[in-house]
Write a new protein. Structure first.
Length: 307
């Protein structure tokens, strides 16, 4: 399969796709061409710069309730000063991610220019906002993010060196674009980020094969039979896998196999199922019923299988 490159032209939009702001549908079309998480990030930063909001913060945690399980933090600027101040528990508690995004879905304005619109904050937090303003992060717009399988929470903030009135003018013109772009970029980024896990953690092909069999729920003896190795070899390979991933139990490794797409999501539909899928139809005032649908052919599946 040919991957898109910078030189690959965008697909043409049909008229029905052009009823959103041009900057938004161009951004979404850019996302369609991404194959790596870093490409999503670059397009997000480019959007921020286009709208005069060049300072981007992107944080994602693997749990709604345990914010310490951070998956990643990305910034479009040198944030060492922020990392140092964030060690203070008072600053941690009142971060926009922990005080708002973990609990709510509504976007919020942020920064020193909007300090009176937020909850009262301790002096150390105010000091941080004042320092941020000095560095150009005077006003911002933060979008809470959600992915529910597995549960994850995140936040993308677009900031710039703007007075309150100027920032509100930007939001009136582009707030919808920023909100939709953040949500779409988060979904796309996390999808690529998960797929890149084996590369980041140097997972070998043999270990990936083991993950797939664990995801199928097989025990050590059955796995050994499939791989043609001894049970002790399976356990040794599994030990190496747990060291690389930090996941110490079979259920966690099985969940990892699912998130990497090595095994099918049991809640999803398998388009290759020869018997089709059962669809739950619910209509207000009409109740609900189930129906069977024939499998949908996947374009290119035969060609891909023969490669």
């Amino acid at each position: 399969m040919t991957r898109p490159t910078a030189a690959t032209p965008h697909r043409p939009l049909i008229e029905a796709e052009k009823q959103t702001p041009a900057v938004l549908h161009e951004f979404l079309r850019d996302l369609e061409d991404t194959t790596r998480s870093v490409q999503v990030w670059r397009r997000l930063v480019q959007l921020g710069r286009t709208l005069d909001l060049p300072f981007i913060d992107f944080i994602s945690a693997s749990s709604f309730r345990d914010w310490k399980k951070t998956l990643f933090v990305r910034t479009s600027y040198d944030a060492e000063w922020l990392n140092d101040m964030s060690q203070d528990p008072a600053v941690q508690k009142w971060s926009y991610f922990r005080s708002h995004a973990l609990h709510h879905l509504t976007p919020i304005v942020t920064g020193l220019e909007f300090i009176d619109d937020f909850h009262p904050v301790p002096p150390i937090r105010l000091q941080m906002l004042e320092l941020a303003a000095e560095k150009g992060l005077r006003a911002g717009f933060s979008v809470p993010l959600r992915i529910h399988a597995p549960p994850q929470a995140g936040l993308i903030t677009f900031s710039g060196n703007h007075a309150r009135r100027d920032m509100l003018t930007i939001l009136r013109a582009h707030g919808w674009t920023l909100h939709v772009a953040a949500m779409a970029a988060h979904q796309r980024y996390v999808m690529h980020f998960a797929a890149e896990f084996p590369d980041r953690n140097a997972i070998s092909d043999k270990q990936r094969e083991l993950l797939e069999l664990l995801g199928q729920g097989l025990k050590d003896k059955a796995i050994a039979g499939r791989l043609g190795v001894s049970v002790s070899a399976v356990r040794q390979r599994m030990h190496s896998l747990t060291e690389k991933t930090g996941i110490e139990n079979r259920s966690g490794l099985a969940a990892l196999a699912m998130s990497l797409g090595l095994v099918a999501d049991p809640l999803g539909h398998n388009a290759a199922d020869a018997d089709g899928v059962e669809v739950l139809v619910q209509m207000d005032g009409k109740g609900e019923r189930s129906r069977r649908e024939a499998p949908v052919p996947v374009p290119g599946r035969r060609a891909m299988a023969s490669e």
